[in-house]
Design a binder for this molecule. Structure first.
Ligand code: ZN
Length: 293
């Protein structure tokens, strides 16, 4: 059974510390995966402070967000302009590409996209995608082959703008199967590979799930014969939860589960239909996310 393994890199710290840690863990187990990089300014601190509402505060207590993200991330972009990740961490990103991992675009400015997508017009969306795309291409020496919007915040305008780029696929929503997105009755050309499994911060502290039984819970959610895609974060599984993630991979491998970059799933025998993408809710996550309908 093959699981698509997607690694989202949201921050400067995640790129600097989490990415090399994850590459080491993956190399030890001889595994491949897809990395989705954020290459513009790291303003995530601004985002985290803005979310200090009651629901988020409870989540912080549950998942110990300061431990997860590190205080430097909580403060980054709050008082000082965020550093350009792609400029300062180019060697690390290029190294991941050289080591044969699949490289995708996550964001230019993760924070801005996540919070302001509703206010971004078509041109602003295009400009943001172009900046991230060209910076990532410059760093790795080749264009990114895929993309994944930050925080599963997608829209029909985003889908239409992505048609301008030569992505083999996009992973912009939560869902159940590989599909071609439909916008205004028209089937678009780039398939979507949705994420099917929950993320660490969505489930930890809910329904009796703790660090001790988290790995078993995720393994129990894997569906044989169906599409399975897992997202991990460089900031979480690459730093704070690195040993939990290492144990997860070992356990899954011992059960005959293998991990592949998402692009490899396009060559499996999944039937590919068409669906639209709409806004929905995911347990344990604040606000809306894009879901396959
Ligand atoms: Zn992200």
């Amino acid at each position: 059974m093959k699981i698509g393994l997607r690694i989202d890199v949201d921050t400067f710290r995640g790129t600097k510390i989490g990415v090399p840690n994850l590459c080491k863990i993956l190399a030890e187990q001889n595994l491949n995966a897809s990395f989705f990089f954020s290459v513009g300014p790291d303003n995530m601190g601004r985002h985290l402070w803005r979310l200090l509402r009651p629901a988020f505060f409870m989540k912080m207590l549950r998942s110990k967000a300061a431990n997860l993200y590190g205080w430097d991330i909580l403060l980054k972009g709050t008082f000082l302009p965020g550093p350009l990740i792609g400029e300062r961490m180019a060697d690390i990103i290029a190294g991941v590409s050289k080591n044969g991992y699949e490289i995708g675009l996550h964001a230019w400015d993760h924070y801005h996209w996540q919070v302001h997508l509703d206010k971004m017009d078509q041109f602003t969306i295009r400009h943001s995608l172009e900046k991230g795309y060209s910076r990532l291409a410059k760093i790795t020496g080749k264009p990114p082959v895929c993309s994944a919007v930050p925080a599963w915040k997608c829209s029909n305008n985003v889908l239409l703008e992505k048609e301008r780029f030569h992505f083999n696929y996009n992973s912009d929503c939560r869902g159940r199967s590989i599909f071609y997105p439909v916008v205004s009755g028209k089937k678009l050309s780039q398939p979507q590979i949705p994420v099917t499994l929950p993320t660490y911060d969505e489930v930890i502290g809910h329904k009796g799930i703790s660090v001790d039984n988290y790995n078993d819970y995720i393994i129990s959610r894997i569906k044989p014969e169906e599409l399975n895609v897992l997202t991990v974060h460089a900031e979480v599984e690459g730093i704070f939860c690195a040993s939990v993630f290492y144990q997860f991979l070992k356990k899954a491998l011992s059960k005959g589960i293998s991990f592949v970059p998402l692009g490899k799933l396009l060559h499996e025998n999944f039937s590919v239909g068409s669906s639209s993408i709409e806004r929905g809710k995911i347990g344990g996550r604040e606000g809306w996310v894009s879901v396959q309908v």
